[in-house]
Design a protein around this ligand. Structure first.
Ligand SMILES: Cc1ncc(COP(=O)(O)O)c(C=O)c1O
Length: 385
């Protein structure tokens, strides 16, 4: 039995925590790069559930894998072995070049695991993070998330020092004998798609090696082809000691992971960390299918190509309120000299879903399967607005 938009919103207002600002549409179905609301209106989706639906919404191979797995085994906890977790672990280790994986359910949970591991492995307590960084809303992840508004009501948090992003020297100066690790996004997402200089990550890696400080790369938003590489760290050729994944990992199914190099991973002993749902058979089957689609459809390469296409089209817009267009692959930010919420509203009315971050940056993170025609429509709508 379907209920109307007004009834849905009424129940949200009555029963659900008031923690989100939501767009005034209720979504009923989605396929590829198109979502359809309860009134049957279609939208081209440039948000993809915030960089989640990289293979497109409800990809038939992912849907089929979830259906088949759900009929066989969904969840048994980590008290037992399952085939799906074994196979996914092997696949992730091969894709990331890390040595071991811990499975969890979200980005924040992956970051929590990373911070705990860095503390245990180093025997130290403090972290260095970057200005405007976003790593999640749980207490540890919030400690290394920069925005004052998110942090203030929940202080005291874990000890962390924030240094400017894209400034390796600032990291060198901040490292002290209390530093357990440095955490950063290889491309900052929530901050407004901030791309560091070509040498930044390499320099940070060198500094961490020299000072024997652990480097945590948070690839929650940049993973699984989003930036035109499997993982954004590949643009600079370095690896973290620890890395975090989530968002696009399960093809729309909630899933996260924390991976580490062997010499760090082996500092976690039995009982040091756990998650009831982490890596259950259903989520692992979804992630395995998702990875197979990214490979089969060449979506990493496609992300690079379609990203370059969108970048070129956006650049041709030639509007005086566009300050800068930047990005890698299909992770693009268009910084405006005006606030962008109004543009998001007008685009939605015209059938395009956009996301605004850092007040004045339009962030484009569509499914990597989006077509040139769909991107042309997006740019045409923006031009009209
Ligand atoms: C880089 C990064 N890390 C961590 C998170 C937190 O992920 P989640 O919302 O799944 O907890 C996000 C979410 O946007 C993110 O972009």
């Amino acid at each position: 039995m379907a209920i109307s938009y007004d009834e849905i919103v009424g129940k949200f207002e009555k029963y659900i925590f008031n923690t989100y600002t939501r767009q005034p549409i209720a979504i009923k179905r989605a396929s590829g790069a198109v979502v359809i609301d309860v009134n049957g209106k279609e939208y081209i989706d440039c948000v993809a559930g915030i960089a989640v639906n990289n293979v497109g919404h409800c990809h038939p191979i992912v849907v089929d894998a979830i259906k088949k797995q759900a009929e066989q085994l969904m969840h048994v906890s980590n008290l037992y072995y399952t085939e799906q977790q074994a196979l996914l672990a092997e696949e992730l280790i091969s894709l990331t070049g890390m040595d071991r994986v811990f499975f969890c359910n979200s980005g924040a949970e992956a970051v929590e695991g990373a911070l705990k591991l860095a503390r245990k492995a180093s025997g130290k307590k403090a972290f260095i993070a970057t200005e405007h960084a976003f790593h999640g809303r749980t207490r540890g992840a919030l400690s290394v998330t920069h925005k004052e508004k998110y942090r203030k009501p929940f202080e005291p948090l874990a000890p962390a020092q924030f240094v400017p992003y894209n400034d390796a020297k600032a990291i060198r100066e901040a490292i002290s004998e209390d530093t357990a690790g440095v955490i950063l996004e290889p491309i900052q997402g929530e901050a407004g798609v901030i791309i560091p200089g070509d040498e930044y990550l390499k320099e940070v890696r060198e500094i961490c090696d020299e000072t024997e400080t652990l480097l945590i790369l948070d690839e929650v938003q940049t993973g699984f082809g989003r930036t035109g590489k499997w993982f954004a760290r590949e643009h600079s050729g370095i690896k973290g000691d620890i890395t975090t994944l989530a968002k696009a990992m399960g093809g729309g199914f909630p899933m996260g992971a924390m991976l580490a190099q062997e010499d760090v991973a082996n500092k976690f002993d039995r009982g040091d960390h756990a998650s009831t749902f982490g890596g259950n058979a259903l989520s692992c089957a979804a992630a395995l299918a998702n990875i197979s689609v990214i490979k089969k459809e060449g979506l990493v390469k496609r992300s690079a190509e379609m990203g370059a296409y969108l970048m070129k089209k956006l650049t041709q817009l030639d509007k005086d309120y566009v300050r800068e267009i930047r990005g890698k692959g299909l992770m693009l930010g268009m910084e405006l000299s005006i606030k962008c919420e109004d543009i998001v509203d007008k685009a939605r009315d015209r059938g395009v879903l956009l996301n605004c971050t850092s007040e004045s940056v339009l962030r484009f993170v569509p499914p990597l399967t989006i077509t040139k025609e769909q991107l042309d429509t997006v740019v045409k709508v923006l031009d009209e607005i």
